[in-house]
Design a protein around this ligand. Structure first.
Ligand code: FMN
Length: 367
């Protein structure tokens, strides 16, 4: 029987253990460029079987928060190369999370102060972060405009270009499409945010079209074995809502199955909140079974509120990888601490988003 600390193959990625660092936005990349301290931060955590970076914008239009990084400019790619070199020097593996926020943005962050884009012109009831007088400040998202169908191939192309740049120029071991948490791909999937009447709205097949086109384009660009995807069937994060998520996500994973992905990453329940939501029941075992029955061979990665006992149980029951978020912010040596059942540092919420080294690279390791 497998343990959390056994190696595992996820597509092309040979991972030393099954403990994954979940993607964690830290808002420390002014002008969308990761700083030198980002290399230190990720290298400190390189004993994870896999590091997934903070969400990283595939285009200027994909930006939705202050000081988050990008993958669409030379300086950004050079900066990421310093990060991947530092992680590889420690023997770690790192993939970048490909992000288009869609409607979860603000005109101040958009090209020429334009409206954020979305499947439909419905404002998300959520907040984003701007820097006001040097201080990170929560503000309501701006009213979006609905994307024209003619604009969608450009977005699909941006996913593929970012993936290619990530692997070929920035030295990443692979990429993860951010299909979760109420951002663009999730906005298209779910009927609470997608009211389109063209080929990208209405039926499940139509709502899943953009996510699947983007995934196939990324697979064509870097190979399925270097591609993962994150999904969150029932999270209410960023005003995400679907009236019938089980058949929607069953269809999605069945379509993903033949693509030869490295992994499928599923957030169970409300991101950062309860693992079960009373009025949003969901059967994750059935989802995994549907993927396997359709021939999906990628690693199955689970996330949300995992501790050691829950993670042990998940791996025993056949999940391949467990992603930890907040525990990895506060514990650079999380793998060792889990292995030795050592106590964990608590995360300091005040330094999660924005700032410098405090609450970023100064959490102590054991010894
Ligand atoms: C500070 C912070 C930043 C986050 N940023 C991202 C992100 O960039 N992309 C993403 O998919 N999820 C993001 N999440 C969600 C985490 O990846 C994870 O799903 C969540 O924290 C639940 O896992 P945990 O209980 O192990 O912390 C973030 C969470 C936190 C606390």
């Amino acid at each position: 029987m497998s343990s959390l600390f056994d190696p595992v193959q996820a597509g092309d990625l040979k991972l030393a253990n099954r403990v994954v660092m979940a993607p964690l936005t830290r808002n420390r990349s002014p002008n969308a460029i990761p700083q030198e301290i980002a290399a230190t931060y990720y290298a400190q955590r390189a004993t994870a079987g896999l590091l997934i970076t903070e969400a990283t914008a595939i285009s200027h239009q994909g930006q939705g928060y202050a000081d988050v990084p990008g993958l669409y400019g030379t300086e950004q790619l050079d900066a990421w190369k310093r990060v991947t070199d530092a992680v590889h020097a420690k023997g770690g593996k790192i993939v970048v999370q490909l992000w288009h926020v869609g409607r979860v943005s603000h005109t101040e962050l958009q090209p020429e102060g334009g409206k954020p884009v979305a499947p439909s012109a419905i404002t998300a009831k959520t907040k984003t972060v701007l820097i006001k007088d040097g201080v990170p400040t929560f503000v309501a998202t701006s009213e979006p405009r609905a994307l024209d169908a003619e604009e969608l191939p450009g977005i699909v192309h941006a996913y593929a270009a970012a993936a290619r740049n990530a692997v070929e120029t920035a030295g990443f071991d692979g990429v993860e499409l951010h299909g979760a948490n109420g951002y663009l791909l999730d906005q298209f999937l779910k009927d609470g945010s997608n009211k389109r009447t063209d080929d990208y709205g209405g039926s499940i097949e139509n709502r899943a079209r953009l996510l699947l086109e983007a995934t196939r384009a990324v697979v064509d660009a870097v190979g399925g074995g270097k591609t993962g995807i994150r999904l969150s069937p029932v999270t209410p994060a960023n005003d995400a809502h679907d009236s019938d998520p089980q058949p929607l996500f069953t269809y999605v994973v069945k379509q993903l199955a033949p693509l030869g992905l490295a992994y499928v990453h599923v957030i169970e329940g409300a991101t950062g909140g309860p693992r079960e939501i009373e009025d949003r029941p969901f059967d994750y075992e059935a989802l995994k079974a549907a993927y396997r029955q359709a021939g999906g061979k990628g690693a199955w990665m689970v996330n949300n509120g995992y501790d050691k006992p829950l993670a042990d149980e998940a791996v025993k029951e056949g999940d391949d990888l467990v992603a930890f978020g907040k525990p990895f912010i506060a514990n650079p040596d999380l793998v060792r601490r889990l292995r030795e059942n050592a106590p964990l540092n608590e995360v300091d919420k005040a330094t999660m988003y924005g700032g410098g080294t405090k609450g970023y690279t100064d959490y102590p390791a054991l010894d």
